[in-house]
Design a protein around this ligand. Structure first.
Ligand code: NDP
Length: 468
């Protein structure tokens, strides 16, 4: 047990004395690797991992089949699978690999890897890892996004490239991203054993399947700066997002001779989300994906296979089955989506700014209120951090997730309520963010001990005050 330390805290109970710093004894979390990802996998975690590894690709393929052959109706697709029998159904409908798609996807990966390696960009710093490593990253994502989109638009305008190319090769691309996702997760697993980048930041759970799913290395790299997470999530994943949107919009235009207001609204929401991500790439380095999740199937396959296919389901649906929204519907979804974005951005910014200024900032026009807390890394050193208690972080502990869900809801709502499939993104985000709340709070509790309890007693709601 670590000796008690003196920690500065700010009373949240009485607004009149909210800036009055008082000294208080607080337990600092145990030194160790225990605030990182779990080090032992229960059998339920192992079985759950296996199920997810097997089911997620089937989910992606099933969505592709439903959109291509069953007018977006999951129930029609499932009843056909039941009546035809799995083998005949698979033979008839399963997507097939194509040489063109595979070569195109390999070229895309190589192109993005080149941009990632060669384009200039500021060097930013991540979060201190459980072992005490502080990593540097080249954050040139915005430039990569601009260069990629400019080149694609120039090629399309000059007639070299059909903008609907991605949509027209979707079947083969579904196979290509899945194959690469599995190769990447397998490679990350082997690398973690034979050539780890930071051996002291690895976690072994004792279960091969859980390690494959959740990852072993925290930040696998080639050399000093070539980071697996930042590259794969940002570039083949998030840069592709808006290109896929463009392609399905072009597909709708080529098929129906017009572009629906619903697909334009999805394009707008996605572009705001993606450009925001790249403008704030430095902030992303201190989020859970980058700082806490290890690199395996979840992040590797997830960013190259799940992200481009599930996050773009609305445009895949609308490209084939346009929806025309009334003026009131347009106003409704735009208000909810842009309101969600404002909440999401402002909450994320408040957290980042309070830490980068060591609390010397104003939030909502008043001096920031925070709890000053300590934690230990594996090397035995003690570090200080802040838990913001004002602004959005004084309203609820995960208001940024609420903003994200409002956006996700609006992105799906433009597809109407005829089918469940285009709502997959909202359902997926709800599931991962609620699960994330539970696992993140468990980790923060181990990391900050009594200070986390104090934060939770000051800010009792997790997401939506009065509800959850
Ligand atoms: P957060 O940005 O909320 O980060 C949580 C971490 O912040 C905690 O682990 C803790 O880390 C720190 N923290 C917690 N409470 C406070 C506080 N009061 N003051 C200061 N720091 C605090 O979560 P995510 O990284 O999951 O999400 C970042 C954004 O990305 C969110 O807006 C989310 O909606 C979005 N997102 C999007 C996804 C997508 O696929 N579209 C998927 C997941 C997230 P520590 O103290 O260790 O630094």
């Amino acid at each position: 047990m670590a000796p008690p330390l003196l920690t500065e805290t700010i009373s949240m109970k009485s607004p009149a004395t909210s800036h009055e710093v008082r000294k208080q004894e607080a337990d600092v979390a145990e030194p160790f690797s225990s605030w990182g990802r779990r080090t032992e996998a229960t059998w339920t975690a192992a079985v759950g991992s296996l199920v997810l590894v097997l089911i997620c690709p089937v989910w992606i393929v099933g969505n592709g089949i439903t959109l291509e052959y069953f007018d977006g109706s999951l129930s029609n697709m499932l009843s056909a699978a039941y009546s035809d029998g799995l083998s005949s159904f698979t033979h008839q409908y399963a997507p097939r690999p194509s040489m063109e798609s595979s070569i195109g996807y390999a070229t895309w990966l190589a192109f993005q890897a080149t941009l990632y390696s060669l384009l200039p960009g500021p060097i930013s710093t991540g979060q201190l890892t459980p072992a005490g490593n502080l990593l540097k990253y080249k954050t040139n994502g915005l430039l990569a996004w601009v260069v990629t989109h400019l080149l694609v638009l120039i090629a399309a305008i000059s007639g070299i490239l059909d903008l609907a190319l991605i949509a027209n090769h979707w079947e083969g691309l579904i196979i290509a991203v899945n194959v690469y996702g599995f190769l990447l997760a397998g490679f990350a697993q082997i690398k973690a054993h034979v050539a780890p980048t930071h051996p002291n930041d690895r976690k072994f759970s004792g279960s091969l399947i859980f390690d494959f799913f959740a990852g072993i290395e925290l930040n696998p790299r080639f050399g000093e700066l070539w980071d697996f997470k930042l590259f794969h999530n940002g570039r083949p994943g998030i840069v592709a997002w808006t290109l896929i949107d463009l392609s399905w919009t072009a597909y709708q235009y080529q098929t129906y001779g017009y572009v629906s207001n619903s697909i334009l609204i999805v394009d707008l929401f996605h572009t705001i989300y993606v450009v925001d991500f790249f403008i704030n790439e430095d902030w992303y380095l201190r989020t859970i994906d980058m700082s806490h999740d290890h690199y395996g199937y979840y992040l590797g396959w997830g960013s190259v296979a799940l992200l481009p296919t599930i996050y773009t389901l609305q445009v895949q649906y609308l490209g084939r089955y346009p929806v025309d929204l009334s003026f009131n519907q347009v106003v409704g979804v735009l208000s909810l989506g842009l309101g969600g974005y404002t909440l999401f951005r402002s909450a994320n910014h408040q957290k980042d700014v309070v830490r980068s200024t060591q609390g010397q900032c104003t939030i909502w026009g008043a001096k920031a209120r925070y709890i000053k807390c300590s934690y230990k890394t594996d090397d035995g050193r003690t570090h200080e951090s802040l838990l913001l208690c004002s602004g959005w972080w004084g309203v609820s502990r995960h208001a940024n997730y609420l903003g994200d869900l409002m956006q996700a809801f609006s992105m799906c709502a433009v597809c109407g309520f005829n089918h469940l499939l285009p709502w997959s993104y909202f359902l997926f985000m709800t599931a991962i963010l609620f699960h994330r709340i539970l696992r993140d709070e468990e980790r923060c509790s181990k990391k900050y001990g009594k200070n986390w309890e104090q934060y939770c007693s000051n800010v009792s709601w997790r997401m939506l005050p009065g509800v959850f």
